[in-house]
Write a protein of this length. Structure first.
Lengths: 135, 260
């Protein structure tokens, strides 16, 4: 009789522990899912802001303005565009006195626009991208 | 009357344990599903952000390369074409009676007078991949998780229609050589900003051409037979108009080049 009661107590304790652990995992997963939903909504808003800014630069309407938009801070940096390297060599034209130069000096007249969107509350970067204005 | 059989204490405990295990398993599966959902959502958001940044970087690279192409066309190419003999221009115009003939004459023009690289097929593409006089460039731009690498090519091509013409009205003679523009760009993201390091992120852009061709126009003065100075054999005006083209996305024929 005593052994049976002891066995039942151990089983109850084990069952309680298992249920507590599973319940905790369930609560945490629900919280994670809810948190992910919130982050997804915030991320979508940040992506929309980023897309707006980059599209404005890409379409030749100038660099977007920075500032605060909702929970985000939009920072815009502009600098002369550059390129790393030419990947194709220039031909040597066969006609007398021809110029074989590829003109790269004008690239600097283009503007590289970098848009960085941070969470105003904690300063974390939520979206970032860059493009170059059209010629 | 039959006696109902009641389970023994051990059997009841076994049933209870089995029930608890089944319940725990079900709850565990639910929790795992929710975690998976949250993880997938985070991944999807990250991927779409990376895609957005990659598209912007690709178009940025295209803009840089198109600027190089345009400037070269308006400077070195125009200057060089000023030395095309009248007889050569006339042959280009009069013998371009088919697309293949036009392509051959365009090749002669570009390899003889263009500072661009001549390729038998536009690199790593696309849409029939015509021969082209190209310029390529590569560079970097900031992305969501680090630096994005871009590589872009822009090139001039002969177009199937309209074909080149040679017109002489007795005062001036003009070679009109319609041209098109192709441009493509690729972007590679850092390991933490793309589906995988060095992978193509899905952006292929092209400016395709035949509906809105530009043109290379060489104009020669008609000199009288009794007065043929040397200058009469060379153009009095050269005009190169690079077409704006139109944007094409997601070219299914694109190949993925190695990252720069």
């Amino acid at each position: 009789m005593r052994a049976r009661r002891g066995g039942s107590l151990v089983e109850a304790l084990v069952a309680s522990a298992v249920l507590a652990a599973v319940g905790l995992a369930l609560v945490e997963s629900v919280a994670a899912a809810a948190n992910a939903g919130t982050r997804a909504a915030a991320g979508a808003q940040a992506r929309r802001l980023l897309e707006q800014g980059l599209e404005q630069a890409r379409s030749g309407r100038g660099a977007p303005s920075g500032g605060t938009a909702g929970p985000f801070t939009v920072a815009v940096a502009t600098q002369p565009a550059s390129f790393g390297a030419l990947t194709t060599p220039a031909n040597a034209p066969s006609c007398g006195g021809c110029s074989g130069a590829i003109a790269t000096g004008g690239v600097g007249s283009l503007t590289q626009v970098t848009v960085t969107i941070t969470d105003t509350a904690d300063g974390s970067v939520v979206a970032r991208g860059a493009t170059v204005t059209p010629p | 009357m039959p006696r109902s059989r009641r389970p023994s204490g051990r059997a009841r405990r076994g049933q209870a344990l089995l029930g608890a295990l089944i319940a725990a398993g079900a709850v565990g599966l639910l929790a795992a599903g929710l975690y998976g959902l949250a993880f997938e959502g985070a991944q999807a958001g990250h991927a779409s952000l990376a895609q957005l940044a990659a598209m912007s970087a690709a178009e940025g690279g295209l803009n840089v390369t198109l600027k190089i192409l345009n400037d070269t066309a308006n400077q070195a190419l125009v200057q060089n074409l000023g030395q095309v003999p009248r007889s050569t221009a006339q042959a280009w115009g009069q013998q371009s009676t088919s697309y293949s003939a036009a392509q051959q004459n365009f090749q002669a023009m570009m390899t003889g007078y263009g500072p661009f690289e001549w390729v038998a097929a536009f690199p790593d593409t696309a849409q029939a991949a015509p021969p082209a006089a190209i310029v390529g460039a590569s560079g970097t731009l900031p992305g969501p998780g680090g630096t994005l690498k871009w590589s872009a090519y822009a090139g001039l091509i002969a177009v199937p229609s309209p074909l080149p013409t040679w017109q002489d009205n007795g005062v001036v003679a003009t070679l009109t050589f319609p041209i098109g523009l192709l441009a493509h760009a690729w972007v590679w993201g850092p390991p933490d900003a793309s589906p995988g390091a060095g992978q193509y992120l899905g952006e292929v852009t092209g400016y395709s051409p035949p509906n809105v061709p530009g043109a290379i126009v060489l104009t020669y003065q008609d000199c009288p037979n009794y007065y043929q100075p040397p200058s009469c054999g060379y153009p009095t005006a050269v005009q190169v108009t690079v077409p704006a083209g139109q944007l094409i996305l997601n070219d299914p024929n694109a190949q993925v080049p190695p990252p720069p």
